[in-house]
Structure formats: C-alpha cells, structure tokens
Design a protein around this ligand. Structure first.
Ligand SMILES: Cc1cc2nc3c(=O)[nH]c(=O)nc-3n(C[C@H](O)[C@H](O)[C@H](O)COP(=O)(O)O)c2cc1C
Length: 189
C-alpha cells in the first residue's frame, strides 16, 4: 500500500493527547504524546505504556531516572500542547512558569489537567527510533473538566502558526527515525 495511505490508517490508532513530564537533579521537562496506552485491566495495578523518541530530552531523562508522569489533557488545553510539543526542553525550560508540584516519584505533576498518573518504569523495549516504557502508576489523580483532548480536536483547534509547523516537524522526526528504525537492542534476533 502507498505509504501516505498507510500513515493515514496508522493515525486511526491514536489515543488522547497527553503531557509526559519527568525530572532529574535540577532539571524538569515535559513533552506531548498521542500514543500512550493503557497496559492492563487491573484497577489496583494501574499500568500504561509511553512511546518516546530517542532524540527527545524527555527520553534521556526517563531512561536515566526510570520515572515519568502522564497527564491526560482537557479539550481546552491546546495552549499546553503548543508549549510542550513543538520545542525541545534542550532549547528552553518549558516548565519554568507552569504551575506544578513534585509527585511521589519526583516527577512534576501539573496543577491543571483532566487526570494524571505518576509512574515508575517497570520494563522497557527498544523500538529502534523510540523506547516503549512500561509504567506502573504509584499515584493517580483526577483534575478538572469533562472532556479529554483527542487528536482530531487538536487538529481543528491548533493556531495557524502551529498548524504550519506540524507537517515540517513530523517530516523532520521521520528523517531522524528512518536510520534508527532497525537499530534494535542486543536482545533482538
Ligand atoms: C500531537 C503531538 C503528539 C506527539 N506524540 C509524540 C509521541 O507519541 N512520542 C514522541 O516521542 N513524541 C511525540 N511528539 C513530539 C514531542 O512532544 C515533541 O517533539 C517535544 O518537543 C519533545 O520535547 P523534549 O525534547 O523536551 O522531550 C508529539 C507532538 C505532538 C504535537
């Protein structure tokens, strides 16, 4: 099948838009993802999987600390997506004036969100260009609002300057991903 059509089909598998935060000594960071999934059915063993590209600052910090927090966003939190999802924390401190506290794992818990999961990493899988981190939530909270931000809401609500950035950003990420796609860890056959 033609790759553009394949990508369109892959995008039907997206999940709600979330903010992933992390911290290490003297540094806090956050990014956006629409690929975080529930990884279990046990309410007393809340688990989820995040998929983070290897070149992101968030990857460096989560890989090093084994901790991250996931925040499900409300439909009205598009400005948070543009703040965390379009520039790297290597360029600026994205959490500097974003109200938050440090949670049980030491990760930033944002004051404003629909819900949050504060996680420690139980396991990880090398996917070449990204790592899948399996998180165990050690603390869970409900914020405010009734409707979560879905990718199709975001596409409609992104300000024009970010809409124009979305495609070039995606193509730049794809160019970084391609040479790494088959560079899987030593356990792979
Ligand atoms: C809607 C949206 C979804 C995204 N989904 C992912 C994702 O699932 N995994 C990922 O690694 N990056 C994803 N990104 C890209 C990162 O959020 C973005 O590159 C961020 O600036 C990385 O920041 P960092 O270098 O400070 O960690 C997404 C961005 C947007 C806007």
């Amino acid at each position: 099948m033609d790759p553009a059509r394949t990508y369109e089909l892959l995008r039907t598998l997206t999940t709600p838009v979330v903010a992933i935060t992390c911290a290490r000594a003297g540094q806090r960071n956050g990014m956006i993802s629409d690929g975080v999934v529930r990884a279990g059915i046990l309410p007393d063993v809340p688990r989820l999987v995040v998929q983070i590209h290897k070149w992101h600052l968030t990857h460096e910090i989560v890989a090093e600390t084994g901790r991250f927090a996931v925040h499900v966003l409300r439909r009205d939190q598009v400005a948070l997506v543009t703040r965390l999802g379009f520039v790297s924390g290597r360029e600026r401190d994205k959490l500097a004036d974003l109200p938050h506290r440090l949670g049980a794992t030491g990760c930033p818990i944002l004051d404003d969100c629909y819900a949050w999961f504060d996680c420690t990493v139980l396991n990880r899988m090398d996917a070449g260009f990204s790592t899948f981190f399996l998180g165990q939530a050690v603390d869970v909270g409900r914020g405010t609002g009734e409707e979560v931000l879905e990718p199709h809401h975001l596409r409609d609500a992104l300000p024009p300057q970010y809409r124009d950035l979305y495609q070039p950003n995606l193509e730049a990420a794809q160019a970084l991903a391609r040479p790494l796609a088959w560079m899987l860890g030593p356990s792979h056959p």
